[in-house]
Design a protein around this ligand. Structure first.
Ligand SMILES: [Mg+2]
Length: 427
């Protein structure tokens, strides 16, 4: 099939009006998607996006449109989506803008994920299942091995995938029956009052979640009080993670985490700059047994490799739309599996839960083969704008069954939230 059109849309939601999504570094986000639709000559569509928090979403839209000459008019070989992704990421002129980081890489994520959404629709399968039914050789071929082979070779990756082949069918059945574990960040936004925090933390436990997360990093006394209130609200058996969203230097990260640790911190997330591999390693050494989690701003698989090489993290938080989509996340899953590090994806925003659930479910069935100590972030915002929204049942993501990657936004939502001319922004 031939790709005949690439359409890009600037879609923004005025979430800053309610302080949903507020944290120490991002006090007033307007959750936004640089959204892309690929159309083929046989009538199929693929939908993808990258996520931003408002200003600059237009930059990502322009970066998506810059990929059009590489895509429109070309044949899409659904058996070689790794090659499709590599062609985008390796483009010698676009590559200058990264390489493999920033707006141009996020744009590649949107286009690559749209191609996977399309492939899932063509096969009549949700993308997690499309991936999980591939042979180990096909999965290895999705990844871009450039810059990885000093740490992980395709041959070693193949062994990991062949080991995980045993039990794929049982895990698929189990996933369809019971879903994949989730945790919720809904109670913990920094802009919420103590009363709202306590009420939402209690509701999370009642809803079946076994882990919640609080945003921290603006004021230590406030964080200690909020951590104490949250612990009192959920009891001793619920995991509480905290997320500093890159607020600190290494020294304060260690001091702050140690001050919160007596209330039972499961992980400290993004304690410092996402580029500071050795800084994360220093924090990790100092705050153990509190775990260090990061990844939502890790630009690419090379940084994931270094984080793992340096022993800089306990939990890898892949993001569906920051690295170059499904294919680069296949590499990230394999790197994590080779190091025995659990992957607990970043999600929330708009559509990130919908997209990333497919990656984790594929990981469970065909890569790591386990969901132990693995959870996908969940935030209960903006799902109503998607045609196949995530379903949370008893604190777990129900496995999607509709074909595609759950990344299609409703046409009415696209129109109403178009920036700056949609009705939501005109009013
Ligand atoms: Mg975070």
């Amino acid at each position: 099939m031939k790709i005949v059109a690439l359409e890009a849309h600037d879609v923004r939601f005025p979430t800053s009006r309610e302080l949903d999504g507020s944290d120490a570094m991002n006090p007033d986000p307007d959750y936004s998607a640089a959204y892309v639709v690929l159309r083929t000559d046989d009538g199929l569509e693929g939908h993808g996006f990258c996520f931003t928090i408002g200003r600059g979403n237009d930059v990502c839209v322009a970066a998506i449109e810059a990929h059009a000459p590489l895509v429109v008019g070309t044949d899409l070989d659904l058996g070689d989506l790794g090659g499709f992704a590599r062609r985008l990421v390796h483009d010698s002129q676009l590559r200058w803008l990264g390489p493999e980081k920033g707006a141009v890489h996020m744009a590649a994520a949107a286009v690559v994920n749209a191609a996977f959404d399309l492939a899932g629709r063509a096969a009549g399968l949700p993308v997690w299942r499309l991936l999980a039914e591939m042979s180990p050789e096909q999965i290895v071929d999705l990844a871009d091995w450039r810059y990885l082979t000093d740490v992980l070779t395709p041959a070693r990756a193949l062994e990991i995938l062949q080991d995980a082949k045993t039990g794929r069918a049982e895990r698929t059945e189990k996933l369809l029956a019971t879903g994949y574990p989730a945790y919720t960040t809904t109670p913990g936004w920094l802009g919420y009052s103590d009363e709202k925090l306590v009420r939402l933390a209690r509701e999370a436990v009642a809803d079946g979640f076994t882990q919640i997360k609080l945003k921290v990093g603006a004021n230590l006394d406030d964080d200690i009080r909020r951590m104490r209130l949250a612990r009192e609200a959920v009891g001793p058996d619920i995991r509480i993670a905290v997320d500093a969203n890159q607020r600190w230097d290494v020294g304060p990260a260690i001091e702050w985490t140690k001050a919160l640790a007596p209330y039972g911190v499961y992980w400290i997330e993004e304690p410092t700059s996402p580029d500071d591999v050795l800084g994360h390693a220093a924090v990790r050494r100092a705050v153990a047994p509190v775990k260090v989690a990061t990844g939502e701003h890790i630009a690419n698989r090379v940084m994931v490799k270094q984080m793992l090489q340096a022993g800089a993290l306990d939990v890898l938080q892949i993001d569906a739309c920051r690295v170059a989509g499904v294919t680069e996340n296949v590499a990230n899953l394999l790197l994590a599996a080779a190091h025995g590090v659990p992957v607990c994806p970043h999600a929330g925003g708009v559509g990130l839960c919908e997209a990333v659930q497919h990656i984790s479910m594929f990981d469970y069935v065909a890569v790591s083969g386990t969901a132990d100590d693995r959870v996908i972030e969940y935030v209960d915002h903006l799902h109503e704008h998607f045609t196949d929204p995530v379903r949370i049942v008893n604190g777990r993501y129900a496995a999607p069954t509709a074909p595609g990657m759950s990344t299609e936004m409703r046409a009415a939502s696209l129109a109403a939230h178009a920036f700056p001319d949609g009705e939501v922004w005109r009013s």
